[in-house]
Design a binder for this molecule. Structure first.
Ligand SMILES: CC(C)(COP(=O)(O)OP(=O)(O)OC[C@H]1O[C@@H](n2cnc3c(N)ncnc32)[C@H](O)[C@@H]1OP(=O)(O)O)[C@@H](O)C(=O)NCCC(=O)NCCS
Length: 219
């Protein structure tokens, strides 16, 4: 694919996620732009079994951008890496559509698994800065992982998790409702799709959202 086509395509991705971009030409200055162009080339070689050539391309891109994407990784549409330095994506990692990573994120292996060793990210997953996601685990659709977290277990759809070990701080349900949790795992409050509070820890047994509270109890 030509440079201009790549610029146009990636600009559409970046402008939705990075308000600091002012023109489409700036896309070329993003390390991720170079890293993704190299990844696409390297991945095509990898799929043909040209492993040495594939690795050569990805290692050169890693030296130039600080982003190391193994050519074997599978990456969906509209993927974006903000800043980029220090990102590592392992060979058997799989990333769905509309995902976003920040600098310092590792999608790595634990060193204990063979075969599928790296994480799978569903669609619309965001992993914030310096977070390490390890092993053949799954972060399901719409998961958000806070900065400097360490994730070693599956994370359910719509959850926001933070820390090491992770704890769930929010759960977004398919109807737009969001449940916010306290540190001890109890419900702090519940908001509807407009952000209006519809229940809290004190009254959720009697409020209209009782069923919802029970069905979404923190595990
Ligand atoms: C994950 C994140 C998006 C959470 O946002 P949120 O859903 O609005 O959550 P809140 O800010 O309400 O925080 C909820 C709780 O999690 C805690 N928390 C939030 N982020 C945390 C983190 N990264 N690590 C540990 N605890 C965190 C808060 O202190 C709060 O604790 P409390 O329940 O005791 O009050 C955000 O905190 C985060 O980590 N952002 C990273 C941004 C980043 O990487 N920026 C780089 C730009 S260059």
């Amino acid at each position: 694919m030509g440079l201009l086509k790549d610029i146009n395509r990636e600009y559409e991705v970046v402008k939705l996620r990075d308000p600091s971009i002012h023109s489409k030409w700036e896309v070329m200055l993003y390390p991720y732009f170079k890293a993704m162009r190299a990844y696409r080339k390297a991945h095509a070689h990898y799929l043909k079994g040209h492993y040495f050539r594939a690795r050569m391309i990805s290692q050169r891109a890693s030296r130039q951008t600080g982003i190391e994407i193994h050519p074997g990784a599978k990456i969906g549409k509209n993927f974006f890496i903000d800043h980029g330095t220090g990102v590592v994506i392992g060979e058997t990692a799989e990333i769905g559509d509309n995902c976003m990573l920040f600098h310092g994120v590792t999608l790595g292996g634990t060193g204990k698994d063979t075969g599928k060793r790296h994480p799978t990210l569903g669609n619309n997953v965001t992993v914030y800065a310096e977070t390490v996601v390890l092993g053949p685990i799954t972060l399901h659709d719409n998961v958000i992982v806070g900065a400097k977290s360490v994730v070693m277990h599956d994370v359910e759809e719509g959850a926001t998790v933070v820390g090491s070990p992770i704890r769930k701080v929010k759960q977004r349900l398919s109807d737009g409702t969001t449940i916010t949790y306290n540190r001890d795992g109890s419900i702090r409050y519940i908001t509807d799709s407009d952000g209006k509070r519809i229940g809290d820890n004190k009254d959720c047994d009697s409020c209209a959202s009782r069923t919802m509270c029970k069905s979404s109890e923190k595990k």
